[in-house]
Write a protein that binds this ligand. Structure first.
Ligand code: PAF
Length: 275
């Protein structure tokens, strides 16, 4: 695997290959990322991963500085997964001067759910992903479904700007106890790690209730929030939404997803399950 820290170097390496698969990441790679890399292998003649902790998508007071940076270990995992090129730019390479143009997703998609609790987050994500797309010019790009709202924002950006890029969502990879793999799981204490699978368990219960015919979505959401609170969590939201656009469903809608974000101690975890 070749590592590039400049845009020019990456472009030179990419030149001439028809089908390029890109997996953008912020590093601290876990099995979820590696599953995406393997999926990418079957999609592109060239597989390019990127590692860049993108300041634009963090709010003041969030974990930008503390975000785990494990470059050497990440490189080993990428190499073993068959990645051809890693683009790992410095901040000075990506943002040589403060970014003056941004991609602003509509409030209907970026001001709800995680966007309500992390204002500006999806603007930062969309801006860096657009920039990565311009640099790498992939034919296909892969993102994890654990960040369900992020995936929707990126799909809509690609559609609205008619970018010739296929977006693929990779399934969430879970630990044996159900906890969705995330770089932020590393922040959990031993006791919090033991409690953390409750998020998945609570979402599973919501899904089972919907499958069993329950259509009072507000009641289901409130029940899930109460259960999390009773076990020491501070939930931001548990929300049943339409899968396609994450808007509120009516009682007869199908194609739903239940999404949640909740804090356990100082760690904010997100997860979702499709109905
Ligand atoms: O999901 C992530 O790791 C990041 O949000 C992404 C897509 C790499 C953009 O910085």
């Amino acid at each position: 695997m070749q590592v590039h820290d400049t845009i020019a170097g990456l472009r030179a390496a990419r030149k001439g290959t028809a089908r390029v698969a890109l997996v953008p990441t912020m590093g601290n790679l876990h099995d979820g990322h590696i599953a995406l890399m393997k999926q990418a292998r079957s999609q592109g003649d060239l597989v390019i991963a990127s590692i860049f902790v993108n300041r634009l998508q963090f709010r003041p007071g969030e974990d930008f500085e503390a975000y785990p940076r494990t470059f050497e270990a990440d490189c080993e995992r990428l190499e073993a997964a068959g990645v051809d090129h890693l683009f790992a730019p410095t901040e000075a390479e990506m943002y040589p001067q403060p970014q003056t143009y941004h991609i602003e997703p509509s409030p209907e998609q970026a001001g709800i759910l995680d966007g309500e609790f992390r204002p500006g987050h999806f603007r930062g994500v969309a801006t860096v992903v657009m920039k990565l797309f311009q640099i790498v010019q992939p034919t296909v790009a892969l993102f994890g479904k654990k960040d369900f709202q992020q995936l929707m924002v990126i799909r809509n950006m690609v559609r609205d700007f008619a970018l010739p890029i296929e977006i693929i969502g990779g399934e969430t990879i879970r630990a044996a106890d159900g906890l969705a793999l995330s770089s932020r799981n590393g922040y959990l204490s031993e006791a919090e790690r033991a409690e953390a699978p409750r998020l998945f368990a609570v979402l599973t219960k919501v899904i089972e209730a919907v499958h069993a015919g329950s259509r009072d979505f507000t009641l289901l959401e409130q029940g899930a929030i109460a259960e999390l609170q009773a076990h020491g969590w501070s939930p931001d939201y548990v929300a049943l939404r339409k899968k396609l656009d994450l808007q509120l469903p009516s009682a007869h809608d199908s194609g739903l997803v239940v999404l949640a974000a909740a804090r356990l101690g100082s760690t904010r975890l997100i997860d979702n399950l499709e109905v």
